[in-house]
Design a protein around this ligand. Structure first.
Ligand code: SAH
Ligand code: SF4
Ligand code: F3S
Length: 435
């Protein structure tokens, strides 16, 4: 199998994308060559997501697409669906050769070799420290804005969520391995480091006998003079410590933007979801953040149509959206996931009502986002320039401190620079500038 080609497809969250980068590096280091064409690759790796039914379903339709082409190839299903469905997948689809959980990617090359002895290979054990020890060595150049997984797993067990089952318990990487990786990334052009974790602000490690948290880690990373911007995602409200909140006013490199999913504006629903906070608790965090840095902007995730959500509960979510004025957000209709606590709850609300509620919420979120973007028209804002268009080299893409996407037409700009640009127009998604 040496020097054959591979294709990797990612379905999930940023951590899933980060893992796919690592898988790519592992395979390249073993002599495989990346092939961007799913149809002609010798090895196809599907890095799956199990968070909602739709994400999991997509996998099986993609395997069907691969199988339309007669070419003999190896199919590896890795990630969160692999972890959740385990050997059942071999029964569901005979063409799968390898099933590998998210904690064991480092075993992939060995499993490919072992196919010669045993035609079906499976590993779904939780051996997370081994994974990170190995992956720390598999460094890969990313971009101007680079992901760095600092923490994995979840101990929170929200009633609707598969992550504690697919990613296992919370685990934090060591400070030393993270600083080494940041140094590698910045030596290769990174200017922004995006710290990742399913509960990124629950990061907790020990260093020289001292307990360190995410705020200590951010301060350490900020000492690297090539790092211009730092972000972290996804945070849980109960882990928003006062130290972390304070850092948003004392550390210039930490961006004034926070993704802090609330899920619902009804304390009644939050209780059923086992989110471990109520709306007032959430509101107080936002108040503290705004008090120390009035510029800070917030984004969130929302679940619509959780079992038992009434019209009054939904109205409370709309009220919270109007109050906090989230400037970006993701919203989803509740999806019952096998094995989760909420999947056993009675759910009487028809899908048509849930769809209506989602539309109303999304319209509201969109108009707030447009209003926020409009306040930038005619004004100057700092943009970190991340990419250049390949088809038209006069166009560049970057982001403001508040994560807004900016398209810039310019003949006088460099990748990786923070450029102060004048915004000419906008819509709810993007800002536009000439310079
Ligand atoms: N750890 C993060 C969220 C990780 S999952 C947190 O606690 O906020 C990303 C998002 O997917 C969640 O915020 C939630 O909005 C959504 N999600 C998770 N499970 C879901 C389900 N069963 N149905 C619909 N959306 C879901
Ligand atoms: Fe899922 Fe809740 Fe853990 Fe987030 S905190 S990953 S929603 S169980
Ligand atoms: Fe999906 Fe797993 Fe991420 S379920 S959202 S890929 S942690």
């Amino acid at each position: 199998m040496r020097h054959s080609t591979f294709f990797v497809k990612s379905y999930g969250c940023q951590m899933n994308i980060y893992d796919s980068e690592k898988i790519t590096t592992i395979l390249e280091n073993r002599g495989f060559k990346q092939n961007n064409n799913l149809e002609s690759a010798d090895l196809v790796v599907f890095n799956t997501c199990n968070i909602r039914n739709k994400a999991a379903h997509k996998l099986y339709s993609d395997i069907g697409r691969v199988n339309k082409h007669k070419k003999k190839r190896t199919i590896a299903v890795v990630g969160c669906v692999a972890q959740a469905e385990n050997e059942e997948m071999f029964k569901k689809n005979k063409s799968i050769d390898i099933i590998l959980g998210p904690q064991s990617y480092h075993l992939l090359p060995q499993m490919i070799d072992d196919l010669k002895q045993k035609p079906k290979q499976l590993n779904t054990e939780f051996i997370v420290n081994e994974k990170f020890d190995y992956l720390s060595e598999q460094k890969r150049q990313q971009g101007v804005s680079s992901y760095l997984t600092i923490q994995e797993g979840c101990d929170k067990f929200c009633s609707f969520c598969v992550v504690p089952y697919t990613r296992g318990p919370e685990y934090s990487r060591t400070l030393t391995s993270l600083i080494n990786e940041v140094n590698f990334l910045t030596e290769n052009g990174a200017k922004e480091i995006v710290l990742l974790g399913q509960n990124v602000n629950a990061y907790s490690a020990s260093h020289n006998g001292r307990k360190i948290s995410i705020s200590d880690l951010i301060e350490e990373i900020a000492k690297n003079e090539n790092v211009k911007r730092i972000r972290y995602t996804t945070s849980h409200p109960i882990n928003m410590s006062d130290n972390l909140i304070k850092l948003h006013s004392t550390n210039d490199k930490l961006m004034p933007f926070l993704h802090l999913p609330v899920q619902s504006g009804s304390s009644n629903i939050l209780k059923k979801m086992n989110r471990k906070y109520d709306v007032d608790f959430y509101r107080k965090i936002i108040e503290k953040l705004k008090a120390i840095n009035p510029k800070i902007e917030i984004s969130s995730d929302f679940i619509i149509g959780y079992p038992g959500e009434t019209e009054a509960d939904f109205k409370k979510t709309l009220d919270l959206v109007n109050e906090i004025k989230f400037t970006q957000s993701y919203s989803f209709i509740y999806s019952a996931r096998p094995g989760t606590k909420s999947s056993f709850e009675e759910d009487k609300t028809p899908l048509s009502i849930k769809k209506e509620r989602l539309l109303v919420l999304q319209e509201k979120l969109r108009s707030i986002q447009f209003e926020f973007n409009s306040t930038f028209c005619g004004k100057n804002v700092d943009v970190l320039v991340e990419n250049q268009s390949t088809s038209n080299p006069e166009y560049f893409f970057g982001r403001t401190p508040f994560m807004q996407s900016v398209y810039i037409k310019s003949q006088n700009i460099n990748l990786g620079e923070v450029k102060n640009v004048n915004i000419s127009t906008c819509n709810h998604k993007n800002l536009y500038a000439n310079c």
